[in-house]
Design a protein around this ligand. Structure first.
Ligand SMILES: [Zn+2]
Length: 181
């Protein structure tokens, strides 16, 4: 279990030693006019933005399981629409990674894990249809990135002229590989 007290102690020391943070005049509008859609993977935390040379205030980062869009209007699309019409982004970069936990996971395994934790069959049925479509659509991370970039590029709610790009990051070394889509 997470040690909340220890975290709060650390936070107090952090705030006390970083007075410069609030002096930079940053806003929610990314100065690089870019949104990154990437995976929630632990190994990318604190590394991805730094590895690509982006600093605080420069880009929007949207993190989901498997960096994918699940429906025409889902939370990723909504976040990108807000980024576009509310925060002035002009480009979207979708970044997948090798050894993604999402890609190796099947909907069946997922539902078995839920049953093992005591979730009722009725409750599991709530998630089942969308789950299979989403979890079992891809087993190759790079294909998932290409699909997501194409999906966004052809989405009718984004304005003409927006850039949609894809890439892969090595979660162990931070190496980025651009993918032509
Ligand atoms: Zn992942």
């Amino acid at each position: 279990m997470i040690n909340i007290n220890k975290m709060i102690e650390h936070n107090k020391a952090y705030v006390a030693t970083h007075p410069e943070l609030s002096m930079k005049g940053l806003t929610s509008h990314p100065t690089k006019k870019l949104a990154i859609v990437t995976c929630m993977d632990t190994r990318l935390v604190g590394m991805l933005e730094e590895a690509l040379g982006f600093e605080r205030g420069e880009v929007i980062a949207i993190k989901t399981a498997g960096n994918s869009v699940t429906q025409p209007i889902d939370n990723v699309v909504q976040s990108l629409l807000v980024s576009t019409y509310g925060m002035g982004i002009e480009d979207v970069l979708v970044i997948g990674h090798e050894n993604c936990g999402m890609i190796d996971f099947s909907a069946e395994q997922f539902m078995e894990s839920m049953k093992a934790k005591g979730i009722s069959e009725d409750a599991i049925r709530m998630i089942e249809p969308g789950l299979i479509d989403w979890m079992d659509r891809f087993h190759i991370s790079e294909e998932n990135v290409k699909y997501t970039v194409q999906f966004l590029r052809h989405h009718p709610l984004f304005p003409k002229g927006m850039g949609f790009y894809g890439g892969m990051m090595d979660p162990d070394t931070g190496e980025f590989r651009y993918i032509e889509v």
